[in-house]
Design a protein around this ligand. Sequence first.
Ligand code: CA
Length: 494
Amino acid sequence: MKLFHLFLATSVLPFCAGQSAEPPRPNIVFILTDDLGYADVGFNAKLFGVETDVVTPNIDALAKAGTIFKQAYVSHPFCGPSRMALLTGRMPHIYGGQKNLPDVAKNLEDYNSKGIPKNETLISTVLKNSGYATACVGKWHVGSSKPFHPNTRGFDEFYGFVGGGHQYYPSTTDKVEPKINDYQYFLERNGKDIMSPEGAYLTDTLSDEAVDFIAKKSTKSKIPFFLYLAYNAPHSPLHGKTEDLKFLYPDHKPSDPKNGVNFRDYDGRQNYVAMVYAVDRGLKRIVDTLKARSIMDNTLIVFLSDNGGKILQAANNAPLQDDKGSTCEGGIRVPMFMHWPKNVPSGKVFDHPITALDFYPTLTALAGGKIPVDKKIDGKNIWPDFLAGNNPHPNDPIFWIRHHGGGNEVAIRKGNLKAYRKQFSAWKVFDVTTDFGEEKNLAKENAAVLNEMISAGREWSDTLQEPQWHDTAAGLKSWIDNEMPKYAKTFAPR
Ligand code: CA
């Protein structure tokens, strides 16, 4: 009898993750890329039949050995609020975080001391409190002063930069004074500035840190770890690594042989492809380290982008409509896969919507953690539905609101349908499970459902706060001058 129970426990446990009293507590390597285009990884290009010039063999191999998420959504079409949603499990509008924080180097003192409100417990804290070793490597962008710094918000270790981006060759700007934007700031380790070695390439430096953390933590095999690896690639500036550019474009001739070759000698798309390739090389090193330490089987790898690619910065979101900043699919639907041997199905495509808000409860369940009793969350633990192949969000509406000058760009997903309105134009409805480019407006055929979605949006908008900061002084002025947020007008009955 005992033997039977033992067998049952070991064979069934992984498929009951999140419900079992003894969850599997995997290591979690959460890889977030920045502004990565929907078709800018080989696995997604292949899935949608899009021709691509990206070179991502390692990302693709891992995606193929895991499950690709065909309808993965983030909660906002640009960086700061998207990351806030992911880390807090709540829509950032609810605590006034729907704008990017201002550049620290700019003179917006009041706002520079803000970030994710202190009463929002981050997923890092939940995992840390459940016994995980935690590290944040890369881009933070959700609050730079001490109360909002990664080391105060549940991460044992932080290496990277707290602002919205960085130069890819940090040594070139380390010595620049005064620093006029965040991209020129020093990298830091746990709050202390670090001078970067001459020629060091940022994506590689972040991969080095990730590998070091994994190697260090895997020596204590009983302690699981959570690594939040937030590459800023392929966000602008479009600076590929010289060696990658030479490798990818061997026939490229320098315009002036005397100057040699560097990123300035290649076009934007070539640099972009090289930047994604650098992430792919990094992923290979991470996988090699996990395998060498014999912990690959007990490690969940999640890979996605924080928002859609920016077309003007060389990204390709085909077959989706529009790009970063938009609540069309191209701004909010992102490439994603999960990999975890024997736990995440191999060679599968999950074709139901999930959102970045779901990571908080899902990872907590897998880790056997506890969400604080007073903590509200907007997503759900998708693990049981995911393993059963069911839609985790069959009926609950999923909202997006992006403020644009004097109006809003909004989207509401319910079932297969998505309602969309830009500023105060007519509402449109698309079946985004088949119409990826949002070309066939089904508003007339779905008038009643559309009215229900608008009504749900109106009700939801009553729960939202005004932005607690603006990224620029002009943004604040525009907000006041236009008497934003105008939710009543946006969600007015038709
Ligand atoms: Ca971004």
